[in-house]
Design a binder for this molecule. Structure first.
Ligand SMILES: Nc1ncnc2c1ncn2[C@@H]1O[C@H](COP(=O)(O)OP(=O)(O)O)[C@@H](O)[C@H]1O
Ligand SMILES: [Mg+2]
Length: 509
């Protein structure tokens, strides 16, 4: 016997055209928080999916509590007390929280002695106990479609605990959370560890690892690079190992050179589906060569502001681009007038996941030459164009332009959208949370692209929840709170503390 609750030995897993895990060996002790760090596409989710029984390794062995196991299904993983919260939640939208938690393992009591019926009362009690014990408050009767992402995540955690999981795998749990929610989740993770659970935390956020993890395994392009003791290792060392090169933490930024006014928004109002006003009388301009960054806590109207300018949702007030009123134009007309849009929800709006990378890279122009001549699509044109962008923007995928986009990692999906939008050479580029969920290597890359577009004279509207991103990129900062633009100021004239205060609706002076 040894102290390891999980051992993965010489694990190799291949997908078409790519070795997702290449001879990886890790050992995890009972009761530790073990982080798995790596860039997008490094193979983190694949490795843990094998522990959870979603894939079986091509080579290698898995030992749980010292015993060799062949984990052929999630159901078997659950028997071994292994639970996983996936990157994309797997909840049934129109079921209640309770129904989702017990789904597949309804505790049966016998009604009238013979008819099986679900013991709702007992279940609710157990859920309430678990919620209370770990600070995971939820209203069990609410439906999933009625609750926000952070609550959905709590439901996923409760679901694991309800199944008496002892080994808890979290796949990038903070990617979808706000800074406050992240703090809260990390607290819950500590709490779970303190109660004896073993935690595996997949992330590419170094600060989080620093805050909670005991040890950290680093994966780079499918290979295990190192396993480190977190306390005695600097974040810089971790970052360099993860990316396989020196990382520049500060974005090099040259003096801005403003040109003509490109975008002018005046008195913009947006109402949501319920008729509630979410953007209120917002006015601002963006010039060529300027990065106008909008800061704000999530849900204060910034996403709607971007959507309204791109034409995705209705608004009133005026929007003009290079002097022309575009407020009545369709999305495609605006795009042809010179607006590029890199949306927050890459998977839903930005890409067609079942299309190839080559097709996605031509998504804005597929109906024009050289992709389409006399109504016929030319396959080869997509491949040639795709390969060019793949090389230029370092988009990594298994099978080049032919890769199905669904199989690519988030960072590389994002690089693909950015590449496609940049080459369309629009006067205005709108970036909504362009680096959300990306690792520092990919973030650095995207930041450089944004700055280089600015330096080419594009007007840039950047919406971000990351204050650090705003501060390091913005020439001008606007802060939104409750649908209103609280302030607009030159970036140098505001400290990040002051921006933070405006974000909370505290008007200094
Ligand atoms: N089901 C799949 N089919 C084909 N390729 C896949 C599949 N799942 C993952 N991959 C590829 O394997 C590599 C590792 O992916 P993944 O484990 O998701 O990385 P990470 O979680 O570190 O971002 C990526 O290149 C990804 O495109
Ligand atoms: Mg992943």
């Amino acid at each position: 016997m040894n102290d390891y609750i999980v051992e993965m030995r010489h694990i190799t897993k291949r997908f078409p055209g790519i070795v997702a895990n290449d001879d990886v060996s890790i050992s995890i002790k009972k009761g530790e928080i073990y982080a798995i760090l790596g860039e997008n596409g490094a193979g983190k989710s694949t490795l843990m999916s094998m522990l959870f029984g979603m894939y079986e390794p091509d080579e290698g062995e898995i030992f749980i509590r010292g015993k060799r196991e062949s984990i052929s299904s999630p159901a078997y993983a659950a028997k071994l007390n292994i639970g996983m919260v996936h990157q994309h939640f797997k909840l049934v939208q129109n079921y209640t929280i309770t129904e989702n938690i017990i789904l597949g393992m309804e505790p049966k009591s016998r009604f009238l002695g013979f008819l099986p019926s679900v013991d709702v009362k007992g279940t609710n009690k157990k859920i309430a106990e678990l919620s209370k014990r770990y600070g995971l408050e939820v209203d069990p009767k609410k439906k999933i479609e009625e609750i926000g992402v952070s609550t959905q995540q709590r439901v996923e955690i409760l679901k694991m605990l309800y199944r008496e999981a002892e080994i808890l795998i979290f796949d990038e749990p903070t990617a979808v959370l706000t800074p406050q929610e992240i703090e809260f989740l990390l607290e819950i993770i500590r709490e779970l560890r303190n109660s004896g659970k073993t935690i595996i935390l997949i992330t590419h956020k170094l600060e989080e690892i620093k805050k909670v993890a005991d040890r950290c395994a680093i994966l780079c392009r499918g290979k295990l690079v190192d396993v480190l003791d977190v306390k005695t290792t600097s974040t810089k060392t971790m970052a360099n190992l993860m990316v396989g090169r020196e990382i520049n933490f500060r974005t090099e930024k040259t003096e801005a050179n403003f040109g003509e006014k490109v975008l002018s928004v005046s008195g913009l109002d947006v109402r949501n589906d319920d008729g509630v006003s979410v953007v209120k009388d917002v006015s601002f301009d963006i010039k060529a060569g300027e990065i106008f960054a909008v800061a704000g806590v999530s849900g204060n109207g910034q996403e709607e502001l971007a959507d309204a300018i791109a034409g995705l949702i209705k608004s009133s007030g005026s929007i003009s681009l290079k002097g022309a009123d575009i407020s009545e134009m369709t999305v495609r007309e605006r795009s042809e007038m010179g607006i590029s849009y890199i949306p927050q929800d890459r998977q839903e709006v930005g890409l067609v996941l079942d299309f190839s990378l080559g097709e996605n890279l031509a998504l804005k122009d597929y109906y024009k030459e050289p992709f389409c001549k006399n109504g016929i699509l030319h396959h080869k044109a997509f491949l040639i164009h795709g390969q060019k962008l793949i090389d230029e923007y370092d988009i990594r995928s298994g099978q080049g332009a032919k890769t199905q986009v669904r199989s690519m990692s988030g960072g590389n999906q994002q690089k693909a959208i950015v590449a496609r939008e940049i080459i369309s050479d629009s006067a205005l580029m709108i970036f909504v949370q362009p680096t959300r969920g990306l690792d520092i290597g990919a973030i650095e890359n995207i930041h450089r692209q944004i700055l280089s577009e600015r330096d080419k004279g594009k007007a840039i509207l950047l919406i971000s929840l990351e204050l650090e991103e705003i501060i390091s990129l913005a020439d001008t900062i606007g802060v939104m709170y409750s649908g209103e633009m609280q302030t607009i100021a030159a970036a140098g004239s505001l400290t990040s503390n002051q921006v933070g205060e405006f974000m909370m609706g505290v008007r200094s002076v």
